[in-house]
Design a protein around this ligand. Structure first.
Ligand code: NAD
Length: 264
């Protein structure tokens, strides 16, 4: 069965690899990115997101079977909040009425292992409350303070987006409408986002020490693409609300063996 996918961040890295793979399987892919895409749009602004959704719906002839959100920034700036959280949630919400008409609707988002790393509670809560003005203000204050707090911004966006999925997944317009919504949580993926910070063997070793991946080390974007494709494929009828860590064992190192004792 061939289906129509809308993929953000399709011009590079994980989004590009996912788009290629889906096309090679005969699917229709509508790529959305700030450059080199079927739909050129800036997902950091409200207007850009609305325009992106309208153009994607038009390009699909009102027929969207899945959304895969990969567009993202890893900068320690307020723009990262606008793209990684609101550029995902507002864009997906705009496409939802069209997606709901599909017989096999699915959504998957790229979160990160950064979702389980230190974050700013205040910033996460502002995002989860859907308050973009406040979230951007908090992020900007972290940058302006210049005390290292800006390093919490990226992880905060990923914590918030993984929480948004859990906040949404049981609502009638998701679960009762038959739409699984999940995230992937990659560790280090060799994409342009990361390549710029591991140009020397010393930088590469430093990152490998910071984010150890005992199972097979750093990965190629195709590895993450395969999981995104399964989560948005017709076979996924019952996995929802999850962030699936795809990380060579890093999450297991951070959270330990017993992740079931939360009730005790
Ligand atoms: P990448 O930089 O290769 O690709 C990101 C894409 O997002 C680019 O094509 C870029 O143009 C697009 N984008 C950025 N800002 C945009 C905007 N305002 N509007 C529209 N498009 C915009 O990065 P990647 O590594 O492929 O990252 C994809 C996703 O995976 C991101 O959300 C990232 O946080 C996440 N992730 C990456 C890694 C990693 O190690 N590479 C690990 C965990 C999570």
């Amino acid at each position: 069965m061939t289906r129509t996918f809308v993929i953000t961040g399709s011009a590079s890295g994980i989004g590009q690899s996912t788009a290629h793979k889906l096309k090679s399987l005969g699917n229709t892919v509508i790529g959305v990115d700030i450059h080199n895409a079927d739909v050129i749009a800036d997902l950091s602004t409200h207007g850009g997101r609305i325009q992106a959704a309208e153009k994607a719906i038009a390009a699909s002839n009102n027929s969207i079977d899945a959304i895969i959100a990969c567009a993202g920034l890893a900068h320690p700036t307020a723009a990262t909040v606008a793209v990684n959280y609101f550029g995902v949630t507002e864009f997906i919400n705009e496409l939802l009425p069209t997606l709901t008409q599909s017989k096999t609707p699915r959504v998957a988002i790229t979160s990160s292992v950064a979702s389980i790393m230190p974050n700013s509670t205040e910033l996460v809560e502002a995002m989860c409350a859907n308050d973009e003005g406040k979230a951007v203000e908090i992020a900007q204050a972290l940058v302006d303070a210049g005390a290292g707090g800006e390093q919490l911004i990226y992880g905060s966006t990923k914590r918030a987006i993984s929480r948004w999925i859990r906040q949404q997944c049981l609502k009638p317009h998701w679960a009762a409408a038959g739409i699984p919504i999940n995230a992937v949580g990659p560790a280090i993926v060799q994409t342009p986002m990361v390549e710029q910070i591991i140009k020397t063997p010393e930088e590469r070793d430093g990152l490998a020490k910071l984010v150890p991946m005992p199972l097979n080390g750093f990965m190629e974007p195709e590895v993450v693409a395969s999981l995104l494709i399964w989560l948005t494929g017709v076979e996924n009828t019952h996995v929802t609300g999850q962030t699936i860590y795809i990380d060579g064992g890093f999450e297991r190192i951070v959270r330990g063996e017993d992740v079931w004792s939360w009730r005790e």
